[in-house]
Design a binder for this molecule. Structure first.
Ligand code: 1GP
Length: 258
């Protein structure tokens, strides 16, 4: 069943052409800066806040971070978990994700089996997501025991994405890894987007408005940025990134030349 947060994301993609989400890693920020970043990102029109990182963070710090963020923003807060310890009852929804190209069944379905009853108990909205690690894989590739899909094999990324769709996952995420030197190539995005019809999320190593424009033009429906927003003034940076999503929207609406 499609819940409130998922409907909100889908409507926003439909209306705006593509959207931007701000990822906050609770391990890297204090409560004060988490709530400041979220507030500034919201005022710069990011569509939702994602909470997660690749390594362990104490559950109480995770809970407190989300509570601090929820006090300052009205947009949805969505969990982006790396394990069962990253589930908090204070969020609005959870990307219920499977790392499709992990070599370890724990990250494909094991953690999900352990986490599902907790998601139910907390009343969290679960949004099914096929998660695919590409390129160098970065920390998430190591922790998730992934066999990252090389950038010169875009057709393999597309086959994984299509399998996710056929398995009933309603979003696909192409992940280059947090802080990746090279974000997901535009050509990979284009090839994946041509094959699948579910919304496509792209993240990892995206740092500039220009890159956002390229990724959205290639077919990304959702752009996720984390590092760059934590490093710079969140307001200015998110404004720069969201502006490019809007640029695309305007370009889409421009009447075609005959
Ligand atoms: C990581 O895709 C996200 O899981 C975002 O990556 O921190 O490099 O923006 P960055």
């Amino acid at each position: 069943m499609i819940g409130r947060v998922e409907k909100y994301l889908l409507n926003k993609i439909k209306k705006d052409g593509a959207i931007h989400l701000t990822l906050i890693d609770p391990e890297k920020v204090s409560l004060k800066s988490a709530s400041r970043i979220a507030h500034e990102a919201e005022s710069s029109k990011t569509a939702a806040i994602m909470i997660g990182g690749s390594t362990f963070v104490s559950t109480s710090h995770l809970d407190n971070t989300i509570k601090a963020i929820k006090k300052t923003v009205g947009i949805p807060v969505i969990l982006f978990p790396n394990n069962v310890t990253a589930i908090s009852k204070h969020a609005d929804a959870i990307w219920f994700m499977s790392l499709l190209n992990s070599l370890d069944p724990y990250f494909i379905v094991g953690a999900q089996v352990l986490g599902a009853p907790l998601v139910k108990k907390f009343g969290l909205e679960a949004i099914p997501l096929g998660y695919i690690v590409v390129g160098q894989g970065a920390t998430v590739g190591i922790i998730g025991r992934a066999s990252p899909i090389p950038y010169d094999k875009p057709e393999l990324a597309a086959a994984h994405a299509l399998a996710a769709q056929y398995l009933g996952m309603r979003f696909v995420y192409l992940e280059a890894g947090s802080g990746a030197k090279q974000p997901v190539p535009n050509e990979t995005i284009r090839i994946v987007k041509d094959l699948v019809s579910v919304p496509l999320i792209v993240g990892g190593g995206i740092r500039s408005g220009e890159q956002v424009k390229e990724k959205v033009n290639a077919g990304a429906d959702i752009i996720v940025t984390g590092n760059v927003v934590e490093e710079f003034e969140a307001k200015d940076k998110v404004e720069e990134l969201v502006k490019q999503v809007k640029w695309y929207r305007r370009a889409m609406k421009r009447p075609k030349r005959r």
